[in-house]
Design a protein around this ligand. Structure first.
Ligand code: HAM
Length: 404
């Protein structure tokens, strides 16, 4: 029997998991700070939800879904993204008026596995529903930007575009199709096959990019309402000092986007996997899955890629390692006292020699040691060059002043 996880999936334990835990904790702080409460939806949904919501011509729906028939004969699919499920949950709750939700959890896409492109990966994201004004888009873009900065994603850039709406996009798509038609012989087979079904996706093709330098851009074909909205988003981002670059080629891989589309790029990562997040506005999604009109905007960020691109050094997993010169039970009790006062503590349960316990302590990377030499007397505390004997009840306060 092999102990390898399935292709494209990972076992993530210490020390790698320290940085995961810090990034996910940081995420909760930022989502809270912007007023996005937690929303939890199922890991699988009816297949139909993704076909109607995300688009049955998108690569993620045609090639990457984990779909199976359950024992009741229903076709279900492991979620490959969070937006469609959250919008379904919002409609199901029958909420009226502005609504916010933040999520965090695994997603599944049948991809060709490589670094930063996994079959099971972790997304955090937000959805802001029943809102139309550009301030909502700017708030969402800002939240992702501030969080990614806080977790020290190296070489972070925000790329922005507007994809128009049902008024102006059809005209633009016709113009783009004409442009692509004239260049059929210069395009790759995949792009040629998309000219009729989904010409916007051709703009995303890395192979054809050199031929598409002068392709018409959506932002030059926006109707007045979309142009106003886009100008409003940019003006708000300017006032927030969120830097961005505009890219008329940014189209995103999911069909539900209208108006604002954006990506967060970690320019230090290998190009194919350097999008650490993306999002945009999806004013027609709720209707496309059979609900009422509920315009919305949101993003999702890929934690696997964030961890790869973060330059942050994880802090030690515990503050204190307790060493016992008597027996493990004394270390257990001392640890319990220190833990109850808010310190993160570990100790050796196996009754090893003091020398061996010091070795385990070094491996733990805990910055402080507490040495118990009898069950009721003072304990020795070591932190850097400081070395002091204290009653156990005074250790936490003394250490907290130095650790925090
Ligand atoms: P997405 O661009 O498909 O958007 O995914 C968002 C992020 O998830 C990507 O930028 C990337 O960091 C990460 N990601 C995607 N696929 C993989 C993979 N196979 N392995 C590792 N990381 C991956 C969405 O999912 C939309 N639901 C975002 C959204 C929310 N739009 C509006 N609201």
């Amino acid at each position: 029997m092999s102990f390898q996880p399935p292709p494209g999936t990972d076992d993530i334990g210490a020390p790698q998991s320290h940085i995961w835990r810090e990034v996910l904790r940081e995420w909760e702080t930022w989502a809270d700070c912007y007023g996005y409460p937690l929303v939890m939806t199922p890991l699988f949904e009816a297949t139909d939800l993704f076909e109607r919501g995300v688009g049955d011509a998108t690569e993620v729906v045609t090639k990457q879904m984990y779909t199976f028939t359950d024992k009741g004969g229903r076709s279900v699919t492991l979620r490959h993204e969070g937006t469609a499920g959250v919008v379904r949950a919002f409609l199901n709750a029958g909420v009226k008026g502005a609504w916010k939700g933040a999520y965090s959890g695994p997603m599944f896409r049948y991809e060709r596995p490589q670094a930063g492109r996994r079959r099971q990966f972790w997304q955090v994201g937000v959805e802001y529903l029943d809102v139309e004004g550009p301030a909502a888009d700017a708030e969402v873009v800002e939240l992702g930007f501030r969080f990614l900065n806080a977790v020290e994603v190296a070489g972070l850039e925000v790329v922005l575009n507007s994809l128009g709406d049902e008024v102006c996009r059809p005209g633009y798509v016709a113009t783009l199709r004409g442009y692509l038609d004239e260049r059929r012989s210069q395009l790759c087979d995949e792009s040629v096959s998309l000219i009729d079904s989904n010409p916007l996706r051709v703009l995303d093709c890395k192979v054809c990019a050199p031929v598409l330098g002068d392709a018409p851009a959506m932002k030059d074909h926006l109707c007045a309402a979309c142009a106003d909205h886009y100008a409003g988003v940019k003006a708000s981002l300017d006032r927030l000092d969120v830097p961005y670059t505009e890219d008329g080629r940014l189209v995103r891989g999911l069909d539900y986007y209208t108006r604002t589309a954006f990506e967060y790029i970690a320019t230090d990562l290998a190009t194919a996997q350097n999008a650490v997040g993306g999002g945009g506005r999806y004013d027609g999604l709720a209707e496309s899955i059979g609900g009422r009109r509920a315009p919305g905007v949101g993003f999702a960020l890929g934690i696997d890629r964030i961890v790869l691109s973060s330059s942050r050094a994880p802090s030690p997993p515990v503050d204190v390692f307790v060493i016992s010169e008597t027996n493990p039970s004394d270390a257990l009790v001392a640890s319990s006292v220190l833990r109850s006062e808010g310190l993160r503590v570990d100790f050796d349960t196996e009754g090893r020699s003091v020398k061996a316990q010091f070795k385990v302590a070094s491996r733990s990377a805990a910055p402080a040691r507490v040495i118990v030499s009898d069950s009721s007397g003072p304990v020795g505390v070591r932190y850097g060059n400081d070395n002091i004997d204290l009653p156990i009840g005074e250790v936490a306060e003394w250490l907290m002043q130095r650790l925090r």
